[in-house]
Design a protein around this ligand. Structure first.
Ligand code: TYD
Ligand code: MG
Length: 455
């Protein structure tokens, strides 16, 4: 009989060590090692290959076909997934509790069940609770098979006996394999169950969704290896207080990443918002200082997002720098550039910046609008009406172009914006109707342009 060994698994990177340590020797994270007990006999099958072929073939001989896609029936979900479900494609979907993961997938299950059988495994809620939600969503489809189960072997049997056109596991943290002695929800269990289900989905060609919980600091609970295992990782983001929900693709083997699906949570479930470009603007009745609208690009879609800044006299020794929805480290750097290249000091100010509507912007093209908003708040002077801006700012005070500038500008013009301060490399070759484009190369020129517009 094989001996059961105790191992320690890092919940950040999945590295395994024999002894407990305070710091993971592989990813250097602190306090991330968790105990797991594993049977070596069980470990062997974990490393069985995910695919069937094992011969060496010439890459040029491999036929690359376009993957056939099946629509989930929910346009915005298809969009983030790169066009729809792929046979054997495994998708991990994460997000805060109560943000709408179960709702979205039950709706997708309902829409899919018109064309094929769907298996919905609920480990978190009882069958009655799911039925209640289905009624609220007005789903009336006898084709959804519900399985209230947490044992892995039973879930696997249900998949194998009659492979469905789509399967949902709600959630992967509740699924439990009796082959392991560790508790449900532990790293070893989550990893093992996800690996088994992924392998089975690929074998059977079943598109599989796994719902995953998110930890306090926003990572998917369970080891990072979950993200490596699956084909697509989707995250719900946005403000649980507002009704809008964003679904973003973080990894997608079958499509573009950073594609965004936009939904509104209504009393009858999530509704896709097909034209969300003006969603992240707050509508001020009069011009206010400290806000600047930026034209950003999310995947294939331009969005207009209002960036707000507030500067206030600092009451302590160390001034605060706080960024919501934008990159915090970048803020400190931008304020230094503002000081050195435009002569505007903010060392005695607390600085807060925010992207309206809970949207998260990670692209550096937000730099210019952030600094224009900061300056507007500092001077207490509103920026000109109908202004948009974008552009990355370098340490030398230069403003660099952003990708797909034309599309951003056209979207802004469509929504009635009249002036754009943008990097000169993004200036359109032919004029865009209704939009006065002011091309600039340096931060100081941008500030001067905004001042002149105000005069
Ligand atoms: P849920 O899908 O259960 O969230 P998760 O699975 O991500 O934890 O949905 C959560 C919230 O959505 C819940 O607080 C109630 C709300 N909701 C609506 O507003 N309208 C609806 O039609 C449904 C089904 C839920
Ligand atoms: Mg749920």
């Amino acid at each position: 009989m094989s001996k059961i060994k105790t191992r320690y698994v890092c919940i950040e990177c999945g590295a395994i060590t024999a002894k407990w340590q305070g710091q993971c020797s592989s990813c250097q994270a602190w306090n991330t090692l968790e105990e797991s007990r594993e049977d070596p006999a069980e470990t062997a099958h974990r490393f069985a290959p995910l695919t069937q072929t094992s011969e060496v073939v010439k890459l040029s001989d491999v036929q690359a076909r376009d993957l056939p896609r099946v629509s989930t029936g929910i346009g915005e979900l298809d969009r983030v997934m790169g066009g729809g479900l792929v046979s054997g494609g495994v998708t991990l979907i994460g997000g805060d509790p109560g943000i709408g993961k179960s709702t979205l997938l039950l709706q997708a299950a309902g829409a899919m069940s018109g064309q094929s059988r769907v298996l919905y495994v609920t480990g978190e809620e009882s069958a009655e609770q799911v039925a209640l939600r289905a009624r609220r969503l007005s789903l009336n489809n006898p084709q959804i098979d519900l399985l209230a189960e947490i044992r892995l072997d039973i879930v696997e049997a249900a998949l194998r006996d009659n492979p469905p056109g789509m399967a949902v596991i709600d959630s992967i943290q509740t699924i439990y394999s009796s082959a392991l002695t560790s508790a449900p929800g532990s790293v070893a269990q989550v990893r093992e169950c996800a690996a088994q289900l992924t392998r089975l989905a690929k074998q059977l060609g079943v598109p599989l969704f796994m719902i995953g919980h998110v930890t306090k600091d926003g990572a998917l609970a369970g080891p990072r290896v979950l993200e490596h295992m699956v084909d697509t990782v989707l995250y719900f983001e946005g403000d649980t207080h507002s009704s809008f929900r964003l679904v973003r693709a973080f990894k997608n083997r079958f499509g573009a990443v950073n594609e965004l699906g936009v939904f509104a949570m209504t009393d009858r479930g999530l509704k896709g918002v097909s034209n969300p470009s003006a969603l992240f603007l707050s509508h001020h009745t009069e011009r206010v200082s400290g806000t600047c609208v930026m034209a950003t690009q999310e995947g294939t879609r331009p969005l207009l997002v209002e960036i707000q800044a507030l500067l206030d006299d600092c009451q302590s020794q160390s001034p605060k720098r706080l960024a919501l929805g934008l990159e915090g480290h970048r803020l400190a750097m931008l304020l230094a550039v503002l000081h050195r290249h435009a002569g505007v000091a903010t060392a005695d100010q607390d600085v807060f910046i925010n992207a309206v509507g809970g949207v998260r912007i990670s692209e550096p093209a937000a730099d210019l609008p952030v600094l224009l908003a900061v300056l507007s708040s500092l001077r207490n002077r509103p920026l000109p009406a109908g202004l948009i801006a974008f552009g990355e700012i370098g340490l030398a005070g230069e403003v660099r172009p952003a990708p797909r500038g034309q599309e951003r500008l056209r979207e802004a013009a469509k929504l009635g914006f009249s002036t754009a301060i943008i990097p000169s490399a993004n200036a359109p070759k032919s004029p865009i109707e209704g939009l006065n484009v002011i091309p600039i190369d340096r931060l100081s020129q941008a500030i001067e342009a905004a001042r002149q517009l105000n005069d």
